[in-house]
Design a protein around this ligand. Structure first.
Ligand code: S3P
Length: 169
């Protein structure tokens, strides 16, 4: 069975939707950020600070390759920047059906304005950063996606229902 993969910008709800979907469909769930933190025994912020973003991105690609060697049928939520690498987009397509949880910049800002765990959004003008990064990334997300789910203003139940409806049987 193929995997269901959740992609999208930071704060769009990939991890929370993934866990709920896993209960609902009775499938195992994995999250690339959590897995990398577990393996590295340190937080993403610490990884970025000590070894830089490129090191983290290599870990993401390595984890996707590992997932491909294991069985399918999982729910996989991935870090917001993972689909930016073309190689990763190809790996996602090999793994399964890719759902882009699309959230607007204001929604993301409201959810993450007090967050300290996303190194790329720290510092001055987080709202501006979100808008700029979202615009830069949109093409990659669309290229990676099989299905786009607009999440602004929707509760989990609605989002899960839409995913379930589109999920390949
Ligand atoms: C990142 C998103 C984060 C995490 C890292 C980089 C990004 O994951 O992988 O901070 O580049 O968008 P979430 O999308 O789960 O926040």
């Amino acid at each position: 069975m193929r995997d269901i993969i959740l992609i999208g910008f930071m704060g769009c709800g990939k991890t929370s939707v993934g866990v709920r979907l896993s209960y609902r469909l009775r499938r195992p769930v994995t999250d690339t950020d959590k897995e990398i933190e577990r393996e590295e025994k340190r937080s993403i912020s610490d990884i970025f600070a000590a070894d830089g973003e490129a090191y983290f991105r290599d870990k993401e690609t390595a984890y996707l390759r590992r997932l491909l060697r294991q069985g399918g049928g999982r729910i996989i939520s991935v870090g917001g920047g993972l689909p930016l690498r073309e190689e990763n987009r190809a790996l996602l397509h090999e793994l399964g059906q890719v759902f882009y949880l699309r959230a607007g910049a204001q929604t993301i800002y409201e959810r993450l304005k007090y967050d300290t765990t996303r190194p790329l959004l720290q510092g001055e003008d987080p709202r501006g950063k979100i808008g700029k990064m979202l615009a830069e990334r949109e093409a990659c997300y669309l290229d990676a996606a099989d299905v786009v789910i607009d999440v602004d203003g929707k509760d989990f139940e609605t989002i899960l229902g839409e995913i379930e409806q589109c999920a390949a049987k």
